[in-house]
Design a protein around this ligand. Structure first.
Ligand SMILES: Cc1ncc(COP(=O)(O)O)c(C=O)c1O
Length: 376
């Protein structure tokens, strides 16, 4: 049994897709926008100046709305690793200082920091979860720390990080706050005004329901006048709309965080798809999405308790995804049984990560637990 929202996607009746944290399924509206866009280049003379600038500008505004940011603060980027590289090129890290990262953080929010630490003679400080993530990070956050590079929640199991508290302490000790919001943006409310990060980045293809290869970066005002991009596209320079004057080379950039836009940010196919996706996310509302998904996760929590599985407490995790540890680990037999039943979850070491979406029903959860019960 599928619900009404499932009709907006194209998920076959026998498929239970609980892996949105990896790759969301595509809304039909996004597929339509993409198909139209693919066909547009068949007749390139129909591509208008608007398609180069106005569509990305519209997308920038929609992405800003999702996190209560200003449109000027948003840049369009291809990946989190690209966004973190921008952050690493712009924060100040001196010899002997520390860059704080979370234990087993997603690699895109690690490698650039590791390179920067090597180049500048700084140190990577890996924080392990001792009590809650928030307390563990706050305890490690001394005035030796130059950058706190964290996520809203741990990507493996949804364990929560209180960014507002971490932002406050970071400002107190003079550290920059850089956030990878890929496992939250679109599904968990983020208020840029409350968190005040230096940079926040996110992929667009998970909870933002968009295409692969297009993500978002928020840059705080202090980086918008003098910040250094990591590539120099003609499109990011001021007056690039004037195609006849492109070889009047210039140093100044388009305003705000637009200096950090990726080359070819016009993305004739990806941008219209992302616009369709964010329009739907904003129409539902991130708060409503979180409330609905929290109810589904609460049902998973209830069933997991019955089977004695381990998972983060409700007040220490986000409401839209959960990692559960199975006492005997994840056997090949279990994986095969789930695959055989067309049930898709994420596997992370000894645990499985369950990330539903608005199309998920109680029957879907029941089908998952019928297998988990017998093969744990
Ligand atoms: C927390 C997190 N960050 C980033 C990414 C993807 O990073 P990138 O865009 O650099 O491939 C993922 C993908 O699973 C993720 O879970």
């Amino acid at each position: 049994m599928k619900n009404k929202i499932a009709e907006l996607f194209d998920i076959p009746h026998d498929v239970v897709y609980l892996n949105c944290a990896s790759l969301s399924p595509q809304l039909k509206s996004v597929t339509v926008a993409g198909s139209l866009a693919v066909h547009q280049k068949v007749h390139p003379w129909q591509i208008q100046t608007d398609d180069w600038f106005a569509n990305p500008e519209g997308l920038r505004g929609l992405a800003a709305q999702v996190i209560n940011a200003d449109t000027d603060g948003m840049a369009i980027i291809p990946s989190v690793s690209y966004g973190i590289s921008i952050a690493a090129a712009n924060v100040r890290v001196a010899k002997g200082q520390q860059i704080l990262v979370m234990d087993k953080e997603y690699p895109s929010n690690y490698y650039s920091w590791n390179e920067l630490a090597k180049t500048n003679g700084a140190e990577i400080l890996t924080v392990k979860k001792e009590s809650t993530w928030t307390e563990s990070i706050l305890n490690a956050l001394t005035d030796r720390v130059a950058v706190v590079a964290v996520s809203n929640c741990h990507w493996t199991n949804g364990a929560l990080v209180d960014l507002v508290k971490i932002g406050e302490k970071a400002r107190l000790v003079g550290a920059a706050l850089v956030v990878d919001a890929s496992q939250a943006m679109g599904a968990y409310p983020i208020d840029i005004q409350a968190v005040q990060p230096d940079f926040l980045v996110s992929v667009g293809y998970k909870w933002l329901l968009g295409p692969y290869g297009l993500g978002y970066l928020y840059a705080a005002p202090k980086y918008r006048e003098t910040g250094r991009p990591i590539e120099h596209s003609w499109l990011t320079k001021n007056n690039s709309e004037d195609f006849a004057g492109l070889v009047n080379y210039r140093d100044d950039f388009r305003p705000g965080a637009r200096r950090f836009d990726m080359g070819e940010f016009s993305g004739f196919i990806n941008v219209p798809m992302a616009i369709a996706a964010l329009t739907q996310v904003l129409d539902w509302g991130v708060g409503n999405i979180q409330s609905r998904l929290s109810m589904i996760i609460a049902e998973i929590d209830r069933r997991a308790v019955e089977l004695d599985f381990g998972f983060p407490d409700a007040d220490e995790r986000v409401g839209h995804m959960i990692g559960i540890d199975l006492p005997g680990g994840v056997s090949d037999k279990l994986k095969a049984a789930l695959k055989n039943e067309n049930i898709f979850v994420g596997y992370r070491g000894e645990s499985i990560r369950i990330s539903p979406y608005l199309y998920t029903t109680t029957q879907d959860i029941e089908r998952l637990f019928n297998i988990l019960k017998n093969l744990r």
